[in-house]
Design a protein around this ligand. Structure first.
Ligand code: BES
Ligand code: MN
Ligand code: ZN
Length: 509
């Protein structure tokens, strides 16, 4: 999909613009935007409003063809909701604008038209957010994962060339916002593609190759991008006894992936992103129930989102050092698999009694978090489809955010939360603390890998916290947000927007 911006001012003549679709807005009180008004010289748009075919509610839509006096083949009328009061400086809140963008995208995707000119971006409260909403919505609608069907599904091709009209005096800013949005969309696409692949294709080796591919695609004059893949032997040498215990029952070789992006100053402390890369989670000997087990191919959603984020920031040439660490393996049962009651020694030296082999995410992450220490990170953020309990707590709306409760960590939490709010990729902060830590006591080892049935997402985060004492750290539990189940089953690409925006903001200061 090809996006561009075009400056627009009072002298521009929209009615004579030749395009397959011109997209204009109308408010709920039947008031047309200035651009819509300029196409209404012969009353076609007012007549459509009078007919009641479009209400003007946010996201309502009507396609008019062959409008007299308009060069475009179609006028797409989009409802913008309640006309904003002068108090909100006449602009539409971001959440409403996202709805408008999604409706526009699905309408344009269903038309047999190749190009469209969209005049809506200027009505968003924030030009950056408005452009991002439109680009992400259009790209998300165009996303397909039918590569493994013997014949691709027949759908309309939809609009593939999009011009966003922006105020002439904001056109330089708009170009930057567009560039950021397209890079973000490319990152989200990569994340979705990787996550949607089945476990027999997307193995740890496949993820390692995906990291190498990003490294070779996006090396540039201003950044160093290198992928280093540690195999089982190298992990043994590093004493990653916890990570390796999860791989025991699988024939698929584990990979410990390190992707370094050095776009900042050479000595600047990096941000480290750690992604859970379980390419299939059967539960191991603590086997999961059969129903819906296929969705455990998404247990590498954290890894996929970290790779998507690395792709996005590499394409943007961000001036920041960022290191991705992805411990990747399968969690399978066989005769050599780890058993409940087994005790392992993590890379940190702390011992773990594995009471449930299905609580494997924390077992691979703890060694990755210890490995992260060597980079003397400015901050570490781990991303994991860690607990079903997080879905119970927050549903599918918010990712769970966990950090310690002190000044430095409150600041990091605030950065991540606001990056989420700004992009609609929201997270919600959860507590950590001594009381929850009690639940991890073991009679035989330094800790157990489960904390009982209460507060499951919090005790999982408490477990991770024990491996992060050397740096500022946050944990994102994306069990409820990384993919959708049911008829719309598929990866969402979350939390790439949150992470990428967090890093863009860090690079700006
Ligand atoms: N990958 C799962 C968490 C998960 C489950 C994510 C369902 C999304 C949907 C994780 O490895 C797991 O199995 N966690 C257990 C932990 C329990 C044994 C303490 C869980 O949540 O049931
Ligand atoms: Mn599990
Ligand atoms: Zn898992």
């Amino acid at each position: 999909m090809d996006f561009s911006t075009k400056p627009f001012d009072a002298k521009s003549n929209l009615a004579s613009s030749k395009t397959a679709c011109v997209v204009v807005g109308v408010y709920e009180n039947k008031k047309l935007t200035a651009e819509a008004e300029s196409l209404n010289k012969q009353g076609a748009l007012s007549n459509a409003l009078k007919s009641g075919d479009i209400t003007g509610k946010a996201g309502s839509i009507l396609v008019l063809r062959d409008v007299a006096g308009v060069a475009a083949e179609r006028v797409v009328l989009v409802g913008l909701g309640v006309a904003p009061s002068a108090k909100s400086s006449g602009s539409i809140p971001n959440t409403t604008f996202t709805k408008i963008a999604q409706a526009t995208a699905s309408c344009l995707a269903g038309l047999c038209a190749t190009d469209a000119m969209i005049t809506l971006a200027v009505y968003g409260a924030d030009l950056n957010a408005a452009i991002r909403s439109l680009v992400l919505a259009m790209r998300a609608t165009a996303y397909r994962c039918d590569g493994l069907k013997s014949k691709p599904e027949t759908t309309t091709t939809g609009v593939s060339k999009v011009t966003l009209l922006v105020q002439a005096d904001h056109s330089a800013r708009a170009r930057t916002f567009l560039r950021n949005s397209v890079a973000l969309a490319n990152g989200i696409d990569l994340t979705r593609q990787l996550a949607d692949l089945p476990g027999n294709i997307c193995t740890p080796t496949y993820l390692a190759n995906a990291a190498k591919k990003i490294a070779s695609q996006f090396k540039s004059a201003t950044n160093k991008l290198t992928a280093e893949i540690l195999d089982k032997k190298q992990c043994q040498a590093l004493k990653m006894g916890s990570f390796l215990s999860v791989t025991n029952g699988s024939d698929e070789p584990p990979k410990f992936i390190v992707l370094k992006y050095l776009g900042g100053k050479p000595k600047e402390a990096p941000v480290v992103l750690v992604g859970k890369g379980i390419t299939f989670d059967s539960g191991g000997i603590s086997l999961k129930a059969g129903l819906g087990m296929d969705e455990m191919k998404y247990d590498m959603g954290g890894a996929a989102s970290v790779l998507g984020t690395m792709r996005a920031i590499s394409e943007l040439n961000l001036k920041l050092n960022v290191i991705a660490i992805i411990p990747s393996c399968e969690n399978m049962p066989n005769g050599r698999a780890t058993k409940p009651g087994d005790i392992v020694t993590s890379m940190s030296g702390q011992t773990i009694e594995i009471l449930n082999t299905d609580a494997e995410g924390r077992l691979i992450l703890c060694d990755a978090l210890t490995y992260a220490e060597r980079f003397k990170p400015a901050a570490v953020v781990d991303v994991a489809t860690l607990t079903g309990a997080c879905i119970t707590s927050l549903g599918h709306h918010n990712s769970g955010l966990f950090t310690r409760h002190d000044e430095a960590h409150d600041a990091l939490a605030e950065e991540l939360l606001s990056a989420g709010t700004d992009t609609g990729d929201t997270a919600w902060r959860m507590p950590l603390g001594e009381a929850y830590n009690e639940q991890l006591k073991s009679n035989f080892a330094d800790m157990a890998n489960i904390g009982g049935s209460a507060a499951g997402s919090i005790t999982a985060a408490c477990f991770l916290e024990r491996y992060t004492k050397q740096y500022t750290w946050a944990h994102l539990d994306i069990a409820g947000t990384a993919w959708k189940s049911g008829a719309a089953k598929g990866a969402t690409g979350r939390p790439v927007a949150l992470l990428t925006t967090f890093l863009i903001n860090r690079a700006a200061v």
